[in-house]
Design a protein around this ligand. Sequence first.
Ligand code: HEM
Length: 406
Amino acid sequence: RDESARTGIAERYHLSKQHFWLHGPRTGPQVEFEAGMWNVYGYPEVHEIFGDPATFSSDTMRVIPEHLLPDGEDFSLKGFITQIDPPEHGKLRKLVSSAFTRKIVADLEPRIASLTHQLLDAARERGRFELVTDLAYPLPVIVIAELLGVPSSDRALFKKWADGLFERDSKVSLAEPAEGLDAERDAAMEATLKPWREMTSYLAAHAAERRRQPRADLLTRLVEAEVDGEKLPDDQVVNFAIVLLLAGHITTTMLLGNTVLCLDAFPEEQARVRADRSTVPAVIEESLRFLTPFAALGRATTREVELGGVTIPADQLLMIWLGAANRDPRQFRDPEVFDPRRDPNPHLGFGRGIHFCLGAPLARLEGRVALDILLDRFDTLRTDPDDPVVLMPAPTMTGVRRLALL
Ligand code: HEM
């Protein structure tokens, strides 16, 4: 049953073998060394990593070989919340959480619903519906831009930056580049740095403006946030705004596209959720397990450690394959079946532990509201067989780039 579901989906959506290799359940070793880094695929092993940030540091920059870092430029992810370890992480997380609260997110529900309707109305007028361009991309970008307080009309810029940073089509390798490939590597590095610089100066200008003239927006709340008499330094306000702007759109875009793909691939589940809308949140959770948007995360070992029966030395880079862990048959029965009735569904789509996704309430809300409205407005959600689904090229991301509905 598993194998046929798997093959059916692969053929239907033209998924590559590599994609399955990285995201499917694995019967072989759960921890493997390849291309200079350790790949971790098993659920218990990944779980162990999330529970021990002292051994498995999020500060991966310190183990990235020099040849992969830009020359002579102060480029570092070090200041980003996702890269910071305890005890600094806890302090920063408290500060940003005091500005980006669950209440702020919950209050967005009516706006998310009205935006979804507006976007669907506009698509209907155009007479065709492509999920990504018409809804899954613009909805979360507009929501996060409005929340932060930057003009949502600048979203072509945000898209350019996000594409420049995320659209990698190959697996990263820590191996030395082959002779003659230096120029290629430098061009790729520049392609990453340029959007980074532009985004930093754009958000720094907006943050500076809020200091001068506070407004009712998240940037102002970040500038003013204070916990135990401490405020966020300027660069941390900008860093966090960058994380939100990037995380705030590409991730929910993937979630929405993936969920529609799952309901297309499993029509009996679409019928079930139509019959009982209270199961929409469970569909979203199972979509996060079945097609995990951030399929891989990085960590670095701070000491020699045994994991999954393998000894990993200190200062090694680890790739944690969340997509594979979410299909580990030791944790999930029939992992290749999309089954929203799993209860509990302890998927790792939002990570776990101290770095657990801060945007999870927003992503879940956007997913739930948009899916509910899609189900209301479309008698059936079915992909157009004459306009094949296109997936994102990076193996570390699972998302659709184009998904035309009938
Ligand atoms: C962290 C996934 C949406 C903001 C994370 C992590 C994962 C993740 C796996 C853990 C990273 C780690 O442990 O290294 C997702 C998925 C999303 C989503 C699958 C959508 C389906 C969002 C949204 C926002 C957001 C909408 C904000 C608007 C963040 C932040 C962190 C984070 C700030 C860092 C938390 C920390 O390091 O303490 N996310 N995310 N995410 N996410 Fe999300």
